[in-house]
Design a protein around this ligand. Structure first.
Ligand code: NDP
Length: 456
């Protein structure tokens, strides 16, 4: 077939962050593009991820803000919180965003199909019974929560349902110790639910610099979250009324109103005809791709959570840009996974860019580590016991800063600028010669002068 004989130049399966970005840019580069989405435009991030999570996190922060206000002279009467109102307002914003995504696609000239698409062969997709041919196919079907194998697990829920709960539970167990677990625990805690976080490992936020998990655990405990590490579920049964009776492997039991599993996510690769088309998967269940996101079938590409590399929206966007550029522009756009900044919207926030202390030591041998742990100015009179933690990791030989880590208010906002610094190869001497913004929390990153002794 010549290129013009295909119905489209690109057929994208999945209307989330990566799929929409690749489709929009491909269309802007002149390609004839179609996209199929079976559920909702915007994918996980817009509908059951980043956006609703952040809105609910804002809601939960008012709990601390209202308490902190007293120290600043405010007398606030009894505050009441309405979960249904928050969820309705959140849903309204998400519907608006679904519309924005739809407009982005139609504005770029992308043809959208509402329906489940399967791959018939290297150049054919079936959607709503229609066989559609394309020069290239892009798999951008994302991922979904993983349910742990626990007897009675069906009495629990995953993050998708969390965002649509009818009532705020009085007491909830959040299972897991990763991004989603600590974020949902913080939201529920802030909104007034009694929260028990159950983590099977010895430390939360495994994979990040260990000091972050340790520090955040202390902050969560201060806020009244019952953090239980090295604890596994034995079973979940129906208790009295709507309660859940949970047994743990150490013999402990709890009766709660909700059990929320935040025990990881996996790629959406089923029922799409991938095997029949010859698309190879990796050992972790993602679609295998090369540096240009091409799968084992030369005309089929994949980006985002479905490739199971780094499950972050900005990463999916960047990967989508590479595909559009590779297929329909100069191909100059390349993907780098170095120095990806990320934030966990726990309370307080955690943020990080670059290497953990362990990874830096392995890579560079001799490193310098700078740490700071302090009470922010705001809390000198707010009465809050919340503290801030900051950490810099420097390669001793080159003086280049290779890791920046933080737990504290607005850590997610603060880390973005430091990601630019790391991406530009900034040295510790350049950090030191940067003038601080006073009085802020962030200025501490340019005023740390004495390395930690035992890390040298
Ligand atoms: P994570 O991989 O971050 O954490 C999963 C957690 O579940 C770990 O603590 C893991 O324990 C635990 N776990 C896994 N299986 C079981 C099991 N069978 N029983 C008990 N515990 C279990 O996954 P999340 O679901 O939290 O998040 C998925 C990804 O989504 C993140 O990695 C991130 O990329 C992205 N994300 C990003 C956000 C952001 O940018 N703010 C927010 C939310 C998600 P163990 O450590 O022992 O394996």
């Amino acid at each position: 077939m010549t290129d013009q004989q295909y119905d489209f130049d690109l057929f994208t399966i999945g209307g989330g962050s990566g799929g929409v970005r690749a489709s929009r840019f491909a269309a802007q580069y002149g390609a004839r593009v179609a996209l199929a989405e079976k559920q909702y435009l915007g994918g996980t991030c817009v509908n059951v991820g980043c956006i609703p999570k952040k809105l609910l996190s804002y809601a939960a922060h008012y709990h601390d803000d209202l308490k902190d206000a007293a120290g600043f002279g405010w007398e606030i009467g009894e505050a009441k919180f309405d979960w249904k109102k928050l969820i309705a307002n959140k849903d309204e914003e998400i519907s608006r965003l679904n519309g924005v995504y739809s407009n982005i696609l139609s504005g770029a000239g992308v043809t959208t199909f509402n329906g489940h698409a399967t791959i018939e062969d290297a150049h054919t997709v079936i959607v709503n019974g229609q066989h559609i041919t394309a020069r290239y196919i892009l798999i951008a079907t994302g991922g979904r929560p993983t349910w742990p194998e626990i007897p009675g697990k069906e009495l629990g829920m995953v993050s998708d349902e969390f965002f649509h709960m009818q009532e705020l539970p009085e007491h909830a167990i959040v299972a897991g110790g990763g991004y989603i677990a600590v974020e949902l625990a913080a939201i529920l805690n802030g909104l007034g639910t009694k929260v028990t976080l159950v983590n099977r490992g010895s430390l939360i936020l495994r994979g990040m610099d260990a000091d972050l998990g340790k520090f955040l655990t202390q902050e969560m405990l201060k806020k009244g979250i019952d953090v239980r590490c090295e604890t596994k579920f034995a079973s979940i049964e129906k208790g009295e009324g709507e309660t859940r009776h949970v047994r743990f492997n150490n013999g402990d039991t709890l009766d709660v109103n909700a059990v929320i599993f935040a025990t990881g996510r996996h790629a959406n690769t089923e029922n799409m005809g991938l095997e029949a088309a010859g698309v190879t998967l990796t050992s972790n269940g993602g679609v295998e791709v090369d540096e240009n996101f091409r799968t084992s079938v030369p005309s089929i590409y994949a980006v985002g959570d479905v490739i199971n590399r780094v499950a972050l929206t900005p990463v999916a966007l960047a990967e989508g840009m590479v595909v559009a550029s590779t297929l329909f522009d100069s191909g100059a756009c390349q993907m780098s996974y170095a120095n990806i900044p990320t934030a966990v919207f726990s309370h307080p926030n955690v943020s990080t860019v670059g290497l953990t202390e362990d990874a830096a030591r392995k890579k560079y041998g001799k490193i310098k580590v700078f740490k700071s742990d302090f009470k922010a100015l705001k809390h000198t009179i707010s009465g809050s016991k919340e503290r801030v933690f900051m950490k810099l990791i420097v390669d001793e030989a080159s003086d280049v800063v290779v890791g920046v880590h933080m737990v504290g208010a607005d850590a997610g906002e603060i880390i973005q600028g430091f990601a630019v610094a790391l991406q530009s190869g900034a040295t510790k001497a350049q950090f030191d010669s940067t003038i601080g913004v006073h009085p802020t929390i962030a200025e501490e990153f340019v005023t740390m002068r004495t390395p930690v002794k035992d890390a040298e």
